[in-house]
Design a protein around this ligand. Structure first.
Ligand SMILES: [Zn+2]
Length: 167
């Protein structure tokens, strides 16, 4: 048998071995886990809820969308714009972007993380099955879109409830 041939067979065996390892490796930090998530009615319209417990520190879902130009960003009426950096903004208004259902909260259980120009939502608390997912959209969004209508996050609803009791 020519030496070359013997070597290539060894190569194939090695490659096969590597593939087997790759298949069983743990998912990367920025790979959403296959958590059951449900879109349901919440205190602030529709919301996204955990269908099973989600441990703290897990990549829950990617916030996906179409990349838009700066001009489009200024004229867009979409409330689902996510500014990734100075040059890149995505419009997450497509229904396929399930992460768009995650509501704002002053006491969030998730947090977005930007990685290589993409947005991933991470759990920052242990989340129980049935709990609504939320993150802080940032001050600008809050001032412009949430404050005028009144925040309906658990903390603000509890405060509003107490005020009612006192009146
Ligand atoms: Zn609030």
């Amino acid at each position: 048998m020519p030496i070359g041939h013997a070597l290539s067979l060894a190569d194939v065996a090695e490659k096969k071995g590597k593939k087997a390892i790759a298949k069983t490796k743990k998912p990367g930090k920025y790979e959403p886990g296959n958590f059951i998530l449900k879109v349901k009615r919440s205190t602030a319209g529709l919301g996204l809820f955990a269908g099973e417990p989600i441990p703290k520190g897990k990549c829950v879902i990617e916030y996906t969308g179409r990349q838009i130009s700066k001009e489009e960003e200024y004229s867009s009426k979409s409330q689902y714009l996510f500014e990734i950096n100075k040059n890149k903004t995505i419009d997450g208004s497509a229904r396929s972007n399930t992460a768009r259902y995650i509501n704002f909260s002053h006491v969030p259980n998730c947090e977005p993380e930007i990685h290589k120009g993409r947005v991933f939502i991470f759990s920052i608390k242990n989340i129980k099955a049935g709990e609504e997912l939320s993150y802080d959209y940032g001050k600008d969004f809050y001032e412009e879109h949430i404050k005028p209508k009144g925040c309906k996050c658990p903390r603000c609803l509890a405060k509003a409830g107490k005020n009612k009791e006192n009146n």
